[in-house]
Design a protein around this ligand. Structure first.
Ligand code: BES
Ligand code: ZN
Ligand code: ZN
Length: 468
């Protein structure tokens, strides 16, 4: 883990990290000149990280360089290093600031989930951020810290296995977090959900020893009467597929099927810490999809909270079921100005977009445009896919209003989004992000180790900041 500290001058004899565009003659002298005035750094050792060709430097390149520095420090057990903020500030980017991107790279790249490793590297490293007037950077540094801590919380909770995090234990964690961060928290248990008529979220969890929970986190913002932005997260703490059982290989990694919900929790934590003016509500729809004598089955017909009935074709298409009740609840309870759900919803989106972009579906061009733009600037990139009514043909019901899966290999990601669309009223600006391909990674990424990436947290925070 890396801690940041703002200082007016670097401690003597520390290691100084230098980020510089590549130069034909990459002598240190030239690099130093390039990044600015060195007089604040009586460093013992200067470590140069290249930002590549000057004309091509982008926020993402700087972010990756920050992560490279974090990895280098970890590898070499460097406990302390200095970093010249003024030098960085001199690097101009098309969008955003180099200081911000670099600090993000350091904090995200320095992340590791070591909770269950006996030989975990618990070393606390520190980067001293040096600027002649440190106070002028205080706000920015604080904001980056909050954002990255949120991403890293989403990662850490997602990494927790299903024998630790289940819907019931998650609710306790969320309540504790809410108390700590000053968020309002409501937890609806399975009994309450059943009485309320939320038959879909109850059905998915009914085969589990730890039944479903619907959690609501509220950040009041400046005006608690304002129509809120509501974020809904798919939170399947483990997805075996149920009776439509997943294959041995397909099941491994399904602890990450709760990533949508972890993102929502993290964003609400950050919203509270950043004191965002916008009213924001998080709805976390949690269930564990298991096999048991009590589990739901193919051909079961369930009545959702909306009153619409669904015939189960695949018990493995459970995400859309917990989400449809959560979406209905969100609209009834909060009359949102924007409704955004995040879900590791389909293998289909992984086939379409891989791990490079997440699927974006929306009934509102302005909302889709804002989210797309936030995706570009945070490098949590999205790509919009269609939602034509024609797709509903594939899941039209026979004995029920609709089916939860088409049973054929056509347009899986779009069909899942079309299912959700049936539960959203046309006048509510809604977007669905299918993050199945981006929520976790099986190889190390530039600023994410193997496992949960926290994809979506920075994107949503950027979108919310744009509403201020
Ligand atoms: N959790 C999975 C989607 C998933 C697959 C996430 C791979 C991450 C990686 C979801 O619940 C699921 O099983 N979806 C099925 C739906 C199908 C049965 C209609 C799918 O996409 O194959
Ligand atoms: Zn599934
Ligand atoms: Zn799932």
């Amino acid at each position: 883990m890396i801690n940041l500290r703002l200082l007016a001058a670097a401690p003597q004899q520390s290691i100084q990290l230098i980020f510089s565009p590549a130069m034909e003659n990459a002598g240190l002298e030239g690099a130093a000149r390039e990044v600015g005035d060195m007089r604040y750094f009586p460093a013992e050792k200067l470590v140069l990280f290249s930002l590549g060709v000057k004309e091509k430097i982008s926020a993402e390149i700087v972010r990756r360089a920050g992560a490279a520095a974090a990895r280098w420090m970890k590898k070499n057990t460097i406990l302390q290093a200095g970093l010249d903020l003024n030098g960085l500030a001199a690097i101009s980017l098309e969008s955003g600031s180099a200081v911000e991107a670099l600090l993000e790279g350091l904090l995200l790249g320095g992340y590791e989930f070591g909770l269950y490793k006996s030989d975990a590297d618990a070393t606390e490293m520190e980067v001293a951020l040096v600027a002649p007037q440190p106070a002028s950077y205080e706000r920015l540094v604080e904001q980056v810290k909050v954002r990255c801590e949120a991403v890293n919380l989403a990662r850490s909770w997602a990494h927790e296995p299903a024998n630790v995090i289940n819907p019931v234990s998650l609710a306790a964690r969320v309540e504790a977090l809410a108390a700590e961060e000053g968020l309002k928290c409501t937890v609806l248990d399975d009994q309450t959900l059943r009485e309320m008529g939320a038959g879909a979220i109850v059905a998915v969890g009914q085969g589990s020893a730890t039944p479903s929970r619907l959690m609501v986190l509220e950040h009041p913002g400046q005006d608690p009467d304002q129509a809120p932005v509501v974020l809904v997260g798919k939170t399947i703490t483990f997805d075996t597929g149920g009776y439509s059982l997943k294959s041995v290989d397909g099941m491994v990694g399904m602890k990450y099927d709760k990533c949508g919900g972890m993102d929502v929790i993290a964003v609400l934590m950050a919203a509270a810490r950043l004191k965002l003016k916008t009213r924001i509500i998080g709805v976390i729809a949690a269930a564990e999809n298991m096999v048991s004598a009590a589990a739901y089955r193919p051909n079961d017909i369930i009545r959702t909270l909306s009153g619409k009935t669904v015939e189960i074709i695949s018990t493995d298409a459970e995400g859309r079921l917990v989400l449809c009740d959560a979406l209905t609840y969100a609209q009834r309870e909060f009359k949102p100005r924007a409704l955004i759900d995040l879900a590791t919803l389909t293998g289909g989106v992984v086939v379409s977009l891989g791990s490079t972009r997440a699927g974006l579906f929306s009934n509102n061009d302005a909302l889709a445009g804002s989210l797309f733009a936030s995706g570009e600037s945070t490098f949590e990139r999205l790509w919009r896919l269609p939602l034509d009514d024609d797709y509903f043909e594939l899941i039209k019901g026979n004995d029920s209003d609709m089916r939860n899966s088409s049973g054929v290999r056509k347009a899986h990601a779009i069909v899942a989004a079309t299912f959700l669309k049936q539960f959203v009223s046309a006048d509510v600006p809604w977007a669905h992000l299918d993050i199945a391909g981006t929520a976790d990674t099986d190889k190390e990424e530039p600023y994410s180790p193997k496992g949960a990436t926290g994809f979506g947290v920075r994107l949503l925070l950027d979108y919310l900041a744009g509403l201020e």
